[in-house]
Write a protein that binds this ligand. Structure first.
Ligand SMILES: [Zn+2]
Length: 274
């Protein structure tokens, strides 16, 4: 699933290509894709793409003055941009055609197809965005706010990092990387973290995400991608491989269907909970 660093690169690269372009056609190709607004998304027709922003794992396309198309790629969705003359594949669930002869397509290979699209005229009423915690790069994401959000929680620290209401945009892969960076075991309970550990964790969140965004950008340049680029990660997806810092084999635990990777030594993991 794309997480904040992936989506930031997609957002930047799409904005460079599409801002100022006018929508000449729109086709919704899967019933149920549109979660809010007219099912055919016809209001965006003839509108200019004014802005492309991101909130958590949602991309927000602003058309005209006050029309916001919110897109969540979920697990397998990805965005394709290229010439409109290219054949539309079966897995394409949304096509937006622009006045420069290009299409932006939402592609969902395989099943289930669970990506979601919402159309709002007022973003403050956008229900999926209302539940999100602060953006890790925003001034609102202070140590004080972060500590406050964790106060009284008796949950594993990794669970809290992927909770979008605590901080927005982090998923399974970057939660592992952030915890490695912060030298904290993913199995620790948040109420057992010392103030120093808490501060280290808070700092590691934007630092890790910024680093990852730059790594991805360095690999794709102006391009888009249909699969997350994760070859540079230190722990996630590297079970059994030597830690890039200390050489200890990276550990892995499957927990509620989610893969958690960690360095037993760097993160001082004694007894992982299976
Ligand atoms: Zn290590």
């Amino acid at each position: 699933m794309p997480e904040l660093p992936d989506l930031e690169v997609i957002r930047e690269n799409l904005a460079a290509r599409l801002l100022g372009r006018v929508v000449t056609a729109v086709a919704v190709r899967r019933p149920g894709l549109v979660q809010a607004g007219p099912a055919d998304l016809s209001p965006v027709l003839g509108k200019t793409l004014r802005d492309l922003t991101r909130r958590g794992k949602y991309l927000i396309f602003q058309f005209g003055e006050n029309l916001f198309l919110v897109v969540h790629l979920m697990r397998f969705g990805w965005l394709w941009h290229g010439p409109s003359r290219y054949e539309v594949t079966k897995a394409t669930t949304l096509v937006l055609s622009f006045d420069d002869g290009t299409d932006l397509r939402l592609i969902e290979p395989g099943s289930p197809q669970i990506a979601g699209v919402w159309l709002f005229s007022d973003l403050s009423r956008a229900e999926p965005l209302a539940k999100l915690g602060p953006e890790p790069f925003s001034p609102e994401f202070t140590l004080q706010a972060f500590s406050q959000a964790l106060r009284g929680k008796r949950r594993m620290v990794k669970k809290l990092l992927v909770d979008q209401s605590i901080v927005a945009g982090i998923g399974n892969a970057y939660a592992d990387e952030i915890l490695f960076w912060a030298k904290i075991s993913p199995f620790r309970y948040v109420h057992t973290l010392s103030p120093i550990e808490l501060e280290r964790l808070w700092k590691a969140i934007p630092e890790t995400l910024r680093w990852a965004k730059e790594e991805i950008k360095a690999r794709v340049g102006e391009g888009l991608f249909d699969k997350e680029i994760r070859d540079f990660l230190y722990v996630h997806g590297r079970a059994g491989a030597p830690c890039r810092v200390c050489g200890t084999p990276i550990g892995e635990v499957l927990f509620e269907g989610q893969r958690t990777n960690f360095c037993p030594r760097c993160q001082n993991v004694s007894q992982p909970i299976a």
